[in-house]
Design a binder for this molecule. Structure first.
Ligand code: HEM
Length: 151
């Protein structure tokens, strides 16, 4: 079997038959690895990366065509989106299509972690906190006005 000019075929063969490849040969497969911090730099429409099952995907070009919408991808941009991806019950076709966007894997050290200072997470908190504060303050002011009017 020859894998000349067929990188993904070679990588798949290595994965399916780990017993016949030494660690050195697997490294020579040149699978690029990224840290969580590197992935977190790609969190907007201009550069949108996702981690799914410890693989890293660049979905920048695909995002606008995603049948589930671009917004949901942006919500998870630069982060581990495995839970969101699995919650959406993607079809086998979708799982095959993913391979077109794979650019590498998450480095071993960062697996199982989330990038803690992700700006997206901070922004999500602001989106919840600011309206809650505005609603609470408005309710107090309206209650006081009504209470004074009744006197
Ligand atoms: C490379 C990554 C992804 C690819 C290639 C992909 C592809 C697709 C495809 C082909 C569909 C149509 C339905 C299907 O065939 O399953 C779909 C639907 C959807 N996807 Fe994705 N998706 C990706 C990532 C994600 C992620 C990370 C999320 C959420 C965090 C997500 C959420 C959804 C949702 C909510 C739907 C709509 C499901 C429905 O209407 O029933 N997708 N996606």
């Amino acid at each position: 079997m020859t894998f000349r000019n067929n990188y993904s075929g070679f990588v798949n063969h290595m994965r399916e038959n780990p017993q016949i490849y030494t660690f050195k040969e697997m490294s020579e497969g040149n699978i690029k690895t990224y840290t969580l911090e590197e992935v977190s730099q790609h969190s907007d429409v201009d550069s949108l990366w996702l981690i799914i099952h410890d693989d890293v995907y660049d979905v920048t070009k695909f995002a606008s065509e995603h049948p589930g919408g671009v917004e949901i991808l942006l919500d998870w941009a630069g982060q581990d989106a495995t839970d969101g991806f699995e919650d959406a019950n993607h079809s086998l076709d979708a799982r095959e299509e993913m391979e077109n966007y794979k650019i590498g894997e998450l480095c071993q050290e960062d697996r199982g972690k989330q990038f803690e200072t992700n700006d997206n997470n901070k922004w999500k908190w602001c989106k919840i906190l600011i309206p809650s504060v505005i609603i609470t303050v408005s309710a107090i002011v309206i209650a006081q006005i009504l209470w004074r009017m009744r006197k």
